[in-house]
Design a protein around this ligand. Structure first.
Ligand code: PMP
Length: 290
C-alpha cells in the first residue's frame, strides 16, 4: 500500500505517496497516541466531510492532543487531496499522531503530525455480497468499559481488538465479527455499527459505550423520516434468534445487509434493502436528482 503513485497531504504539504514516511520511534506507533477518520466522497463531494473533521478534532482532544489544523483547513486539505489524486469516488483517511521527540510513555511535548490519504475503495464488501448479506462471527474480545478506555474517540489503540477479531472471523470464512460490550450486550462490528429489524421495528444498541457512527446517525434519521420506528436500547445476544433482519452501517461499509451471525440467520431484501437504497440516495443527491 505504500508503493502507490499519487500524493498524500502531510503536515500541510503534498508529498509523493511513496515518501510519506515517519520515524520508527514515533510515539503514536509505540503507545497508540493516534486518531484517525474514515470518510467517503461521492461524485466529488465528501459525505458529512465537516462532521468527520469535527470528530477528528474531538477524538484528538479525548486523546489529550490538539490537531494543529482547523476544521476548515482539514476540509480544504481533503478536497485538495481528492483533486490532486484525480478522484471523485474515494475513501479518505485523515490520521494524526504524536511524533518522535521523546520516547517514553509520556509524549506530552511531542509534535502532532497530521496526514490525509485518499484512494479508490469502491466498497468494504462487494455489491453482490452487500445485497445478499454478509456472514458475521461473534468476537471473543469485547468492547471495553468506558471506565477502561476512551471509547468515544476514533483512536488507533481501540482497533487492536477489532483487527484481532476481524482476522479470526476472516480465517473462519466470515466477513466480519459482531462484538459484545463488556457486559455481554450486543455492541457493534469491528468497523461498523449494527441494526436489527423485528416486525417492522428497528432496534439498535445504545451508542453510549462505543463509536456513535455518523452513518448510524444518518440511517436513524432517514428511517424516522420514512416513518420507521427506531428503538435504541440494550440488546442481548439471545435476542438474535427473534430478529428478522440485520444490517451494519459505516462510512466504509455503507449499509450492508447481514444474512447470518453465528447460528442465527436473517432474511435480506425487505426493509433492510429500502434502508440501504435510502443511504445510497443520501450520499449521491446529485445522481438522484439527475
Ligand atoms: N464503529 C467502529 C468501531 C468504526 O470503526 C466505525 C467506522 N468509523 C463505525 C462504528 C461507524 O462509524 P461511521 O459511520 O462514522 O463511519
Amino acid at each position: 500500500f505504500d508503493q502507490r503513485d499519487g500524493v498524500i497531504w502531510f503536515d500541510g504539504k503534498l508529498v509523493p505517496w511513496k515518501d510519506a514516511k515517519i520515524h520508527v520511534l514515533t510515539h503514536g506507533l509505540h503507545y497508540g497516541s493516534c486518531v484517525f477518520e474514515g470518510e467517503r466522497s461521492y461524485d466529488g463531494v465528501i459525505y458529512k466531510g465537516t462532521e468527520h473533521s469535527k470528530r477528528f478534532h474531538a477524538s484528538a482532544e479525548i486523546m489529550d492532543f490538539t490537531i494543529p489544523w482547523s476544521v476548515a483547513e482539514l476540509d480544504a486539505a481533503k478536497a485538495l487531496c481528492l483533486k490532486e489524486n484525480g478522484l471523485k469516488d474515494a475513501y479518505i483517511r485523515p490520521v494524526a499522531w504524536r511524533g518522535s521527540e521523546m520516547m517514553a510513555v509520556s509524549g506530552i511535548n511531542n509534535t502532532i503530525h497530521t496526514a490525509i490519504a485518499v484512494w479508490e475503495w469502491p466498497s468494504m464488501f462487494d455489491m453482490a455480497q452487500k445485497l445478499k448479506g454478509v456472514r458475521l462471527d461473534v468476537a471473543a474480545y469485547r468492547r471495553p468499559d468506558p471506565a477502561c478506555a476512551p471509547v468515544h474517540a476514533k483512536a488507533a489503540g481501540l482497533y487492536m481488538i477489532c483487527s484481532l477479531s476481524k482476522h479470526k472471523a476472516e480465517r473462519a470464512g466470515y466477513a466480519d465479527a459482531m462484538m459484545l460490550d463488556w457486559e455481554g450486550n450486543v455492541a457493534e462490528c469491528t468497523g461498523a455499527n449494527i441494526f436489527f429489524i423485528k416486525d417492522g421495528v428497528i432496534h439498535t444498541p445504545l451508542a453510549d459505550r462505543f463509536l456513535n457512527g455518523l452513518t448510524r446517525q444518518s440511517v436513524i434519521e432517514q428511517c424516522k423520516k420514512r416513518g420507521f420506528e427506531v428503538i435504541e436500547r440494550r440488546i442481548r445476544p439471545e435476542e438474535l434468534e427473534g430478529f428478522n433482519e440485520c444490517f451494519i452501517t459505516g462510512s466504509a461499509a455503507e449499509v450492508t445487509l447481514v444474512s447470518e451471525i453465528g447460528p442465527y440467520s436473517f432474511i435480506t431484501g425487505n426493509m433492510g434493502k429500502v434502508i440501504m437504497e435510502d443511504y445510497s440516495d443520501a450520499v449521491r443527491p446529485k445522481s438522484k436528482a439527475a
